[in-house]
Design a protein around this ligand. Sequence first.
Ligand code: 5GP
Ligand code: ZN
Length: 113
Amino acid sequence: MDCIFCRIANREIPARLVYEDDLVVAFEDTNPKAPVHVLIIPKKHIPTNLEIADTDNALVGHMFQVANKIAGERGIAGKGFRLVMNCNEDAGQSVFHIHLHLLGGRSLSWPPG
Ligand code: 5GP
Ligand code: ZN
């Protein structure tokens, strides 16, 4: 399996790491869409959110808690931010290893394009 985010998690290819623990890694998106654009991924390979199992519930909850922590550190928690997980073609998912986009630092329009 050739998964770019597994390779980042395994430190086989470089990324600007923001956070790491036993379960997750967070790093700067290479093509940021906002002043803050961090990706939070599980170390476990899960292709899309459709494959999240009951046994992954704590892992996914942890991804949100890590996102909150980073939002606090970046000073965007109070003004607000967006967490996005794209699923499959219509949402524009391009990397098939689940990731939470943490977007903030500017006003974000709604609905998204
Ligand atoms: P998706 O479109 O799947 O929701 O989001 C994938 C994201 O991963 C995109 O925002 C893209 O810029 C980012 N990305 C793709 N390849 C790499 C990479 O090699 N390194 C980093 N840091 N981000 C990447
Ligand atoms: Zn992977």
